[in-house]
Write a protein of this length. Sequence first.
Length: 280
Amino acid sequence: PLPCPNKCDAVGLLREDIDNHRKTCQFEGICCTNGCGKTLQHHNLSCHIQNECPRRKVRCKYCHITGEYQFLLHKSDCPIFPLPCPNKCDIGSVCRMYMEKHRKECPLETVQCEYCSVGCEDKVLRKDLEKHEKEKMKYHLCLTKREVSHTNDKFHDHVVKTATLVSKLERRIKVLENLLEPKTEDMLKQVSDWSNTLKSNYKSTSLFRILEFKKSSVVVKFDYSNQKEKNISWSSDSYLIKKAPYCAMLSLLVSPAGFDIGKGTHLSVQVQFTCDSVRA
């Protein structure tokens, strides 16, 4: 007969019975069934699983969430955990999720005077705010009057600056109009000459129209259905307009098959216009 290798009270064990005995021996080492990795004697396992194991299942008594003990130590973020009011008001404790709302209503919370925007720097308890406003009414009126006067001065300055800017813009617009008007007339005359040339060359009897005139291009279109099979674009020589302090270049691009909304139905003529200042 042999003694138990774990030194339990069992005696007189036969060699072939040792393995079976160790399966039930209360002193046999066994790994925690929760998977925490700790090895304990069999008689201590139940207490460990229920009270000590970091992976034991527990339930928060405040928010009733169930999870492993090591992950549910959440008193610092449990939304239902009761917290004392930091101002020690008579309400006692408040759930964490309602604390911010409570502090916006707490009578012992320190708040700024409602006239802080006009210069009052006093801070009082919320319960004393009405009393403060009554006692400092004359002071608050003086601050408000000063702020209104300052706002009026700033508004007047903005009005003056805006009027000056508008006047400058009007003068610049007038200068640009005087500068561009003769160039525009020259350009439209040139377009008219080109259109007459095109109509005489292709004997078109369709209505000639100027569809667009914006920024740097003039698009001229007329019916060209009889010649659209000759899909070959060509450009004219550049036409120079020079008048200090600016110079401009005009050129004509012709597309027999048309482009944009006139593609396939009209001949399209584009007048390309570039302008730059004359450098000394």
